[in-house]
Design a protein around this ligand. Structure first.
Ligand code: SF4
Length: 373
């Protein structure tokens, strides 16, 4: 069986090269060709020994994901729908801003957590992506954008694992992908600019702190357990108190001195001034944090509605008055349905496509002023 070199971080590639009887520095050369130059043809890799260039095609490939569609928004947002086989598709979204380019990456086809406000959750779980499938989203987007924008240098400055899936439920594939993103011979992103967003898989938050501490975002969405049990079913296994303790344990290893909490504003469900006060009681003085309030994008299957703007503003005011840094997110890519889960839902069930038009714009950090770097 041939290996896909996108499945390896640098250590993995070095081990692969050793199996071929090659020295470690060959792995560094290969890794740079693949990730820094976007090469997929071994013949291009002119500084490799000819014997190695001739050996590689027989034992490995550099395999991109097939693109089902690409949509370009008027505001510069670009969304890809990638085919991952078996009738499954995953989405990747690039969000350009003045001072950064953020790529939102998927970690699973579907998701088992089943959050009520999330289209991907409503689609159910198909399978984990491989490291190669996670990294291929970045590899494809970065090198497409360089060609498209005719730029020689890096275009994607930030990566957020906030697309389809719960990244910490695909931990073994996630960590090598993160390492390739951080590696100076790969994408060279700083830990502060790579964010893992989780619904609260407590044991894996602890492991991430040990193995690869990057910026952490936690989908909170409720200030007390019974409500969060309903909105984020994983809360029944890892309730809020355990989750906040895990956040505190994560902070010493984290590249930032705060945790980002995401809070999707749902009309009449979690958006009253009382909820805001409860959130202050929960977080203030307990976990150094920033809070992002996210507009919900309604889809009929959810039975939920977006909070009115004035209620979001009032909610934010309560938090800000209490000294909690709070950002109200704005949406991007509206004309291309850039919320994660929307197009993939259509691929899964074209007969019910409109009902699946969904809700993960929520989770994309498309940000108003004051957002984290
Ligand atoms: S919000 Fe995240 S964890 Fe929850 S169902 Fe959607 S993809 Fe899964």
């Amino acid at each position: 069986m041939t290996a896909n070199l996108l499945d390896f971080d640098l250590e993995g590639l070095a081990a692969f090269c050793e199996q071929l009887g090659e020295k470690r520095f060959r792995a560094v050369q290969l890794f740079r060709w693949i990730h820094q130059k976007g090469a997929s043809d071994f013949a291009q890799m002119t500084d490799l020994a000819r014997s190695l260039r001739e050996k590689l095609p027989g034992v490995c490939t550099i395999t991109d994901l097939p693109v089902l569609s690409r949509q370009d928004s008027a505001d510069g947002t670009i969304k890809w729908l990638f085919d991952v086989g078996g009738g499954n598709a995953v989405e990747t979204v690039f969000i350009p801003e003045e001072d950064r380019g953020t790529l939102c990456i998927s970690s699973q086809a579907g998701c088992a957590v089943g959050c009520r406000f999330c289209s991907t959750g409503h689609q159910g779980f198909s399978r984990n992506l491989t490291t190669g499938e996670i990294l291929a989203q970045l590899w494809h987007a970065e090198h497409f954008l360089r060609r498209h924008l005719q730029r020689g240098e890096r275009v994607i400055t930030n990566v957020v694992m906030m697309g389809m899936g719960e990244p910490l439920q695909n931990y073994n594939a996630l960590v090598p992908a993160l390492r390739a993103m951080l590696d100076d011979h790969g994408y060279g992103l700083s830990r502060r600019r790579v964010t893992v967003s989780t619904s609260g898989v407590v044991p894996m938050i602890d492991r991430l702190a040990q193995d690869c501490p990057v910026a952490l975002a936690v989908s909170l969405h409720a200030p007390f357990d019974p409500l969060r049990d309903d909105l984020v079913p994983l809360n029944r296994k890892y309730p809020i108190a355990e989750l906040l303790d895990a956040c505190l344990r994560y902070l010493p290893a984290a590249p930032r001195d705060f945790i980002t909490f995401e809070y999707c504003m749902l009309d009449g469900v979690n958006d009253t001034p009382e909820h805001a006060e409860q959130l202050v009681q929960l977080l203030k003085g307990r976990v150094p944090c920033k809070l992002n309030l996210i507009p919900f994008n309604p889809f009929p299957a959810s039975g939920l509605k977006r909070s009115p703007r004035e209620r979001v503003l009032a909610f934010a005011e309560v938090l800000q008055r209490a000294g909690i840094v709070t950002t109200i997110r704005k949406t991007r890519g509206d004309d291309i349905d850039a919320a994660c889960g929307q197009l993939a839902g259509e691929v899964q069930d074209r007969t019910n496509a409109r009902e699946r038009m969904a809700q993960r714009r929520a989770a994309i950090p498309i940000v108003a002023a004051g957002a984290p770097q």
